[in-house]
Design a protein around this ligand. Structure first.
Ligand SMILES: Nc1ncnc2c1ncn2[C@@H]1O[C@H](COP(=O)(O)OP(=O)(O)O)[C@@H](O)[C@H]1O
Ligand SMILES: [Mg+2]
Length: 480
């Protein structure tokens, strides 16, 4: 290989056709003297050799003739190699000086005398390693084992994205079960019911987090009291989920304080009966009554035996707490999420619970617009660390990508999806486009702090967990 050019952070190299093949994401070292340039291969193209069009045309025309083999000076193979040489496109990731990767050093190796070789996995793993001690093994890359540290997810915003069926949820399960084993609490909004099996392994035995895996099914073992939800959450639910007009909400607030004063305690029953008998405009009464009855019908509210979220969160040293949203209707999902987010925020502010991770798959389906910014700013500061998982990248606002600390990117082929993802600030858009488009299933490009800003392509490992991600098939049994 030889250096062809460098412009900005793109380096182009020329390689002859018989050099060993590179894989997108491989690192190469260009060493000259005591320094080395570290670059990551993102693609390969044919080199633009002058006159190549004419040559190929001539070759095509003479294919049937024996002219082709007429080569009195024996230079044919060299010429062929030249015509067939490849242009390797790589992105500069820094200069290694005395074993340290630096981005501030301006230095270029000689085009003629520098040595170009594939970087060893050991070197890359050393450079991408952050100081965290709690390792999570993700998979392998360049035939070495890739691990990241749990500390790099702590306090951070993480996005896992890619096309359907590429392995996002699977990776999420690897991350959260490891976090739980290290004593972290992870709350999961599970819309497909695919995090319910984590306490079992594929052969039916108890998994390592079996005693830390709690499933909360709304309406069954998860019901809350109106008092516990509080006035703010209840008005938020009325306003944002039931589109209640402002005048009606004002009336609701008045009734709330009346019930509190007269009966000493707020219950949904108390509110409903107060709305039924207090003097108010009939249209307001009707509007409030129908909404309160809808709330009661969700089965999520129970003023007599409410679930104590605080106790559950503090019941052990960390764990995976799955909120099963898979069987709730759309509106109820939103109510549960609204309740959970406001409850978690207030418990954290009071210091009643430890900071936690929040896994939200396809969050746009149940998270109201205004929560996005809130989650990445205010809620993150008080101790909710979001892990967003989605196959529709544009369902997450651009600002969230800009602030993402870690991105696990699986395959995308759709141009507009790629455009959207490439807005993430921790990586150049060309790497995203060229690598993500070609990633095989179960492979992801890890970007961000968690890899010390040295992007790596990883083949995600297989685990013993019962991951329950399988799509139910109609013809499945016959195919088997
Ligand atoms: N690393 C992996 N090893 C083994 N099976 C995997 C792996 N990643 C994904 N799968 C399987 O592939 C299928 C799709 O994975 P899933 O994580 O559900 O995809 P996604 O969430 O991206 O739609 C599932 O059946 C899952 O068990
Ligand atoms: Mg999934």
């Amino acid at each position: 290989m030889k250096i062809l050019s460098k412009s900005g952070d793109t380096i182009e190299l020329l390689a002859s056709p018989d050099e060993e093949p590179l894989i997108r994401g491989d690192y190469i070292l260009i060493t000259d003297g005591g320094k080395s340039l570290l670059a990551q291969v993102i693609d390969a193209e044919y080199a633009d050799v002058p006159g190549i069009l004419e040559d190929v045309l001539r070759e095509l025309a003479s294919e049937q003739l024996s002219m082709r083999n007429f080569d009195p000076y024996g230079v044919g193979s060299i010429l062929l190699d030249v015509k067939d040489s490849r242009r390797i496109i790589a992105k500069l990731r820094g200069v290694i000086v005395d074993g340290v990767l630096r981005n501030d050093v301006i230095w270029l190796p000689s085009r003629f005398s520098s040595r170009i070789e594939r970087a060893s996995p050991e070197l890359i793993f050393k450079l991408m390693r952050t100081c965290g001690r709690r390792r999570i093994i993700i998979g392998e890359c360049m035939s070495g084992v890739v691990s990241v540290s749990a500390e790099d997810l702590d306090g951070r915003l993480t996005i896992i994205t890619g096309k359907k069926e590429t392995g996002k949820s699977y990776l999420t399960k690897i991350l959260i079960t490891s976090l739980a084993e290290y004593g972290a609490t992870v709350v999961v909004f599970d819309i497909n019911g695919e995090y319910l099996g984590l306490s079992e392994t594929i052969n039916g035995t108890a998994s390592r987090i079996a005693d830390k895996h709690i499933i909360l099914s709304p309406g069954e073992n998860f019901r809350v009291s109106v008092k516990d939800a509080g006035l703010k959450t209840m008005t938020d639910i009325l306003q944002h989920i039931f589109a209640t007009p402002a005048t009606t909400i004002r009336e609701f607030i008045r009734i709330w304080s009346l019930v509190e004063k007269n009966e000493g305690e707020i219950t949904l029953r108390g509110l409903i009966s107060a709305v039924g008998r207090m003097p108010m405009h009939e249209s307001v009464r009707e509007a409030l009554m129908s909404r309160l009855l809808s709330l009661s019908e969700t089965g999520f509210f129970d003023d007599d035996n409410p679930t104590e979220i605080k106790e559950i969160l503090n019941s052990g040293r960390g764990g995976v707490i799955v909120i099963d949203l898979s069987r709730s209707i759309h509106q109820t999902k939103k109510i549960i999420v609204e309740y959970m987010l406001s409850k978690l925020s207030s418990l954290l502010r009071e210091g009643a619970i430890e900071p936690l991770f929040l896994v939200a798959e396809e969050a746009h389906l149940y998270l109201r617009e205004t929560y996005w910014d809130d989650l990445v700013t205010r809620m993150r500061h008080i101790g909710i660390f979001p892990i967003f998982v989605t196959n529709q990248p544009d369902s997450i606002p651009e600002t969230v990508y800009r602030q993402a600390d870690n991105i696990f990117l699986f395959n995308f082929t759709n141009e507009s999806d790629l455009n959207y993802i490439s807005k993430a600030s921790r990586i150049d858009s060309e790497t995203v486009r060229r690598i993500a488009r070609m990633l095989p299933p179960r492979h992801c490009l890890i970007i961000g702090r968690i890899v010390n800003d040295l992007p790596v392509v990883v083949r995600v490992k297989e685990v013993e967990l019962k991951t329950m991600g399988e799509t139910r098939l109609l013809f499945g049994s016959r195919r088997a």
